[in-house]
Design a protein around this ligand. Structure first.
Ligand code: C5P
Length: 210
């Protein structure tokens, strides 16, 4: 079984992906980490984020087993990822890795922006997770404070809106729900509620009903 989860920044899709994978005994890939790692490699090599050749080389050399997830999860890495992810050649270089991950038994949960539309258009279940930008900014601020970081909620909100805009308006694989995706608005739900709703969606889809 392949479950595709897409949604905007800080919508909770990563946490949902992890928990859904554990629930169904599937593997999980947070595809945002791939773009974050490409951006980090380009910056570490001292080049600009829009250096296409460098970014493609970084994408081709990625080794997800070596990822430092904590470093990649920084706010700055997310911003940088959103720049390299708009380069079509970078997306093309990461396509195979994601599709191979999805295809390996026993199946997988992938979360990102274009899983249901581009990477796994034939996924068994597609969920588009969303929440208001204010709710997402609040959640991100709480998470940062829990990690001992300083969080300016207004600045986070501005960043989230800018990133949504960049991700939605780019010409290649823009952030948008697949026509057959189930929309899950998490604005008024906690993570247990989100998981419950998602399991109901998956179980219903697997039993053939929609
Ligand atoms: O999901 P996350 O916030 O980690 O993603 C970081 C950035 O990577 C996003 O803002 C988006 O630009 C890019 N991304 C993407 N396609 C994916 C996953 C992430 O373009 N499948």
């Amino acid at each position: 079984m392949i479950i595709a989860i897409d949604g905007p920044a800080a919508s909770g899709k990563g946490t949902l992906g992890k928990r859904l994978a554990a629930h169904y005994g599937l593997r999980h890939l947070d595809t945002g980490l791939l773009y974050r790692a490409v951006a980090q490699a380009v910056l570490e090599s001292g080049h600009a984020l829009d250096d296409v050749a460098r970014a493609v080389a970084a994408a081709q050399a990625l080794d997800p087993t070596q990822f430092d997830e904590a470093a990649l999860k920084s706010h700055a890495a997310g911003e940088a990822a959103s720049v390299v992810s708009a380069i079509p050649e970078v997306r093309a270089a990461l396509l195979r890795l994601q599709q191979d991950f999805a295809a390996a038994p026993p199946g997988a949960v992938l979360d990102g922006r274009d899983i249901g539309t581009v990477i796994c258009p034939h996924a068994d279940v597609k969920i588009f997770v969303t929440a208001s930008s204010e709710v997402r900014a609040k959640r991100r601020a709480i998470e940062m404070r829990r990690l001992g970081q300083i969080a300016d909620e207004a600045a986070i909100l501005a960043d989230i809106r800018r990133r949504d805009e960049r991700d939605s308006k780019r010409t290649v694989a823009p952030l948008k729900p697949a026509p057959d995706a189930h929309i899950l608005d998490t604005s008024d739900l906690d993570i247990d509620g989100v998981l419950r709703h998602a399991i109901a969606i998956v179980d219903k889809a697997r039993s053939g009903a929609r």
